[in-house]
Design a protein around this ligand. Structure first.
Ligand code: PEP
Length: 246
């Protein structure tokens, strides 16, 4: 399966950074269909980025699960789509922690995103305390079971990102054995949830993916790509990761 490399710009980026988007889109186009690339930029930049690089996948980093209503400051899936987003990240650990988002919230967002035609990346991952207590696989399996969208969904537009919280933005990367074990456990949960369709859902790894470790991570069985934070901000860092997946 073609790998998906999605950048997560978090709260970084203004129109001054559109040159990075341009450079990333241009090289990705040169790589043809060998790898899929997307950039999840701040909501304020979605429209301009999408206009700057037509045909390249621009995404959002969160959404509200409802279609409209009294939700000051929130954005729904159809607004993101209207702005030019083709995908959305839901359940990032920074939102689960800082905004107290539950698995049920994440599931509702994923279902609404898919229903609106977006591609959806559902994030899961254990804390350091959970890993040290030997509960990493149980924790993540539980998150997957409770966060996965249900109902009549297009599984081809769904991806799961395994992001150990202790590896995000820390420079610490999960060992390849741990990544393999966790991705196998997630695959099992996907197949339990969706049957054969669960075998085709991409599982991304995220957590301090850099040009110098991307190759070995992408060689791990069941790693279908990466969700990349810090190293996605500059084309010079992000493109070697994209190329490693091509
Ligand atoms: C992320 O934000 O999803 C992430 C994995 O960040 P980083 O690559 O900086 O660890």
């Amino acid at each position: 399966m073609t790998k998906l490399i999605a950048g997560n710009w978090k709260m970084h980026g203004t129109s001054a950074d559109l040159g990075e988007v341009r450079a990333i889109a241009a090289r990705s186009a040169e790589l043809g269909g060998r790898v899929e690339v997307a950039l999840c930029v701040p909501a304020t930049l979605i429209h301009r980025a999408a206009e700057t690089v037509p045909g390249f996948a621009i995404g959002a980093q969160d959404m509200h699960h409802k279609e409209k209503g009294a939700h000051t400051g929130d954005l729904c899936a159809s607004m993101l789509h209207d702005a030019g987003a083709g995908l959305v990240i839901v359940g990032h650990s920074e939102r689960r922690e800082a905004h107290r988002e539950s698995d049920a919230d994440v599931r509702a967002k994923a279902e609404a995103g898919l229903a609106t035609g977006l591609r959806v990346i559902v994030c899961v991952g254990e804390s350091l305390a959970e890993r040290e207590a030997g509960r990493a696989v149980a924790t993540v399996s539980g998150q997957v079971d409770a966060s996965l969208p249900q109902g009549d969904i297009d599984h081809g537009r769904l991806a799961v990102a395994y992001e150990p919280i202790w590896a995000i933005g820390t420079g610490r990367v999960a060992g390849t054995d741990d990544i393999e074990e966790m991705h196998a456990a997630i695959r099992q949960r996907l197949v339990a949830a969706y049957g054969q369709a669960g075998a085709g859902v991409r599982i991304l790894y995220g957590g301090s993916v850099k040009p110098d470790n991307a190759g070995e991570i992408f060689a791990v069985p069941e790693v279908g790509g990466a969700l990349v934070g810090g190293a996605s901000l500059k084309a010079a860092d992000f493109l070697p990761i994209v190329e490693a997946a091509a």
